[in-house]
Design a protein around this ligand. Structure first.
Ligand code: GTP
Ligand code: MG
Length: 384
């Protein structure tokens, strides 16, 4: 078995090896990622945890990880550790491992020294998160210190970012507001067993009130990480936060963008989809290059696209002649179209065109049904 196969089979030493390749920017890391991702990946819940040194992030991460484990979900933790450079070791990771007990294969901890390289750190962290997702982990937690650019980069990886504050921070809340306000999805006031939790909470609320960021404000949750207090409430707040953020930014990864259905007449088809089924027509247009009239009907996060030939020479007219009305193509959004095309070419798939820009500026490519199990497949570059 090669490394990717061993990882897929749950071999933690293989996973650790691949993580080392990624940290060292060894090409074998990218290789493993690609072969793990070739079969498609279910996106993990990615949590970012940031806050000032000593705020209790690692203690909290340990508790949160255990709570997810109890709920039956597998977890990977990336502790980005600025102190490892000086202490010379994977201190935080070890701390978590010791607390949670070794021997739980459902909890994998990786410490990474920052080594001062900001861009490099973010890239390596991003690839570690990819690795753990591709290895099938349900939850990936990334712990970083502070609110510098590196943390903002890391927060971009996360669906939900927790900013950990503690009582007695005083003016610090004001001082760090610029960086954290954009990235915080949930504020955690940890060490709530210390005096002054009310005051920090008030300060956070005051800063939030002055902020004009879009959408509902981040929730504030109090915890005592050492005792696990507030952790169930924190998990609930986390659960609400990805639902919130998803309405602003669609989840990354593969998703059905639309199903294209060839019809003789859009009007006739709408008598069913719109009038009987109650769906809404979001847009209608004529795509000149394809000689086709199009009606888009949103269905959840994807759509049904009705296609009617605009002239006898249109591909849709030919399709109707040959096969009759019906499913014409499935359109799949992919995270990286160029990489997908490269892999498909290498694998001998039949591409019908060079990637090109369609209506709305998105890039797409068609794959012949002979390669896909019998259905014309449109691959679309997901919005970045
Ligand atoms: N009283 C109290 N102490 C806490 C709480 N949470 C963490 N601590 C303690 O605070 C200290 C720092 O905790 P860590 O979890 O290492 O904090 P951290 O934010 O990960 O620290 P760095 O990674 O070094 O920035 C430890 O001694 C913890 O036991 C809490 O809720 N209450
Ligand atoms: Mg820590």
């Amino acid at each position: 078995m090669d490394l990717a196969q061993r990882i897929a089979a749950g071999d933690l030493r293989a996973l650790a090896r691949a993580a080392t390749y990624i940290e060292n920017r060894d090409a074998r890391g990218e290789e493993v990622l690609r072969s793990l991702e070739a079969g498609g990946v279910r996106e993990p819940l990615v949590l970012g945890v940031t806050g000032s040194p000593g705020a209790g992030k690692s203690t909290l991460v340990d508790r949160v990880a255990r709570a997810y484990r109890q709920a039956g979900r597998t977890v990977a933790i990336v502790a980005v550790d600025p102190s490892s450079a000086t202490s010379g070791g994977a201190l935080l990771g070890d701390r978590i491992r010791m607390q949670s007990g070794l021997g739980d294969p459902g909890l994998f901890v990786r410490s990474m020294a920052t080594r001062g390289a900001h861009g490099g750190l973010a890239a390596a962290t991003a690839n570690l998160v990819r690795l753990f997702g591709a290895a099938g982990r349900d939850v990936v937690i990334v712990e970083t210190v502070g609110v510098g650019q590196a943390e903002v980069d890391v927060a971009r990886l996360a669906q939900v970012t927790l900013v950990v504050l503690v009582p007695g921070m005083g003016d610090d809340v004001q001082a760090i507001k610029a960086g954290i306000m954009e990235i915080a999805d949930v504020f955690v006031i940890n060490k709530a067993d210390h005096a002054g939790a009310d005051q920090v909470e008030n300060e956070v609320r005051a800063v939030l009130a002055m902020n004009d960021r879009a959408g509902p404000p981040p929730e504030i949750v109090r915890t005592v990480a050492t005792r696990g207090e507030g952790v169930p409430e924190l998990l609930e707040a986390i659960g609400r936060a990805p639902r919130r953020s998803r309405t602003f930014a669609p989840a990354r990864g593969h998703a059905i963008d639309h199903l294209g259905i060839a019809v003789e007449s859009i009007e006739a088809a709408l008598a069913f989809y719109r009038d009987q089924l109650g769906m809404t027509v979001a847009s209608r247009e004529t795509v000149e290059v394809e000689n086709v009239h199009v009606a888009m009907l949103p269905a959840g996060e994807s759509r049904i696209e009705l296609l009617e030939p605009a002239s006898p020479g249109s591909v849709i007219a030919k399709f109707l002649e040959k096969r009759g009305p019906g499913l014409h193509h499935v359109a799949l959004r992919v995270p990286d179209l160029a990489a997908a095309v490269e892999r498909l070419r290498a694998g001998g798939a039949r591409l019908l065109n060079e990637p090109r820009k369609g209506a709305g500026g998105h890039e797409y490519v068609f794959v012949h049904p002979a390669s896909t199990g019998g259905v014309l497949l449109e691959l679309i570059q997901d919005a970045q």
